[in-house]
Design a protein around this ligand. Structure first.
Ligand code: NAD
Length: 234
């Protein structure tokens, strides 16, 4: 097996995944990015244009890693998106597309990558959301996909241990687009600010690394305290 550890991060052409990719490169890992975007982010990672909801594409992706990198120590299942629509207007095709990318892709990736991950005593990190636990209106498909991903995480941890650890990161509001934020966007958070991609990257890096060796099947909420804050309107 080659010496340098390898991590596959999905949806890392931008946002949370990109920050995790940059962090892992900085820690000396080989990084493979799989995203459906036309172009990669232009960092020192191998970019594979992939729709992670497509089984054949996922199989080809993992086969490519076996050939090119020769090992797989980490898998970050991060690709995801939201459709926000009243349920009366949400089509079955739209519902299914959200479930396919946000939930089914993790099943496909772990199924295809199991042998390589076992050989490396690897670590899988799924990226769910605080929306697995709480909701705004008109987000049914997204909330269901993230709740399912949280449950899939602990199911996989039990099935694949002790060789493979599987944990879930549930972010709250992470400013990935650099949008202008109002003072109250920050101050409503118990930590006094909105989250940054580097916050999630640090947690993902720890879960991928050896220091988290006693941790599996767990969820890590990273939300500046928002889901611990009791809110009643005055
Ligand atoms: N930003 C937040 O506040 C926040 C909060 C909670 C959870 N999350 C979750 O974090 C993850 C990353 O979100 P982000 O904010 O960085 O979003 P983002 O839109 O910047 O990144 C998501 C990436 O996933 C890719 N993608 C989407 N569907 C794909 C598919 N089928 N195959 C391959 N690639 C696909 C997109 O092209 C994009 O590059 C998502 O799962 C999201 O649900 C984000």
């Amino acid at each position: 097996m080659p010496d340098q550890r390898t991590v596959l991060i999905t949806g890392a052409a931008s946002g949370i995944g990109l920050a995790a990719a940059e962090r892992m490169l900085g820690e000396g890992w080989r990084v493979v990015i799989a995203d459906r975007a036309e172009r990669g982010p232009g960092i020192a990672a191998r970019y594979v244009r992939t729709d992670v909801s497509d089984e054949a594409a996922v199989t080809a992706l993992i086969d490519g890693i076996e050939k090119e990198e020769g090992r797989l120590d980490g898998l970050v299942c991060n690709a995801g998106f939201m459709i926000r629509k009243p349920i009366a207007e949400l089509s079955l095709a739209e519902w299914s597309s959200v479930l396919a990318t946000n939930l089914t892709s993790t099943f496909l990736l772990v199924k295809a990558g199991e042998a390589l991950l076992r050989a490396a005593k690897g670590s899988v990190v799924t990226i769910a959301s605080t929306r697995a636990h709480q909701s705004e209106p008109d987000t049914e498909s997204y909330a269901a996909s993230k709740g399912g991903l949280l449950a899939l995480t602990h199911a996989l941890a039990i099935s694949l241990g002790p060789d493979i650890r599987v944990n879930c990161v549930s972010p709250g509001w992470i400013d990935t687009k650099g949008e202008p934020l109002r003072p109250q966007d920050h101050t409503q958070h118990p930590v006094g600010r909105v989250g940054r991609p580097a916050d999630t990257a640090a947690l993902i890096a720890w879960l991928l690394g050896r220091e988290s060796g006693f941790v599996t099947g767990s969820e890590f909420v990273i939300d500046g305290g928002m889901t611990r804050k009791m809110i009643y309107e005055e």
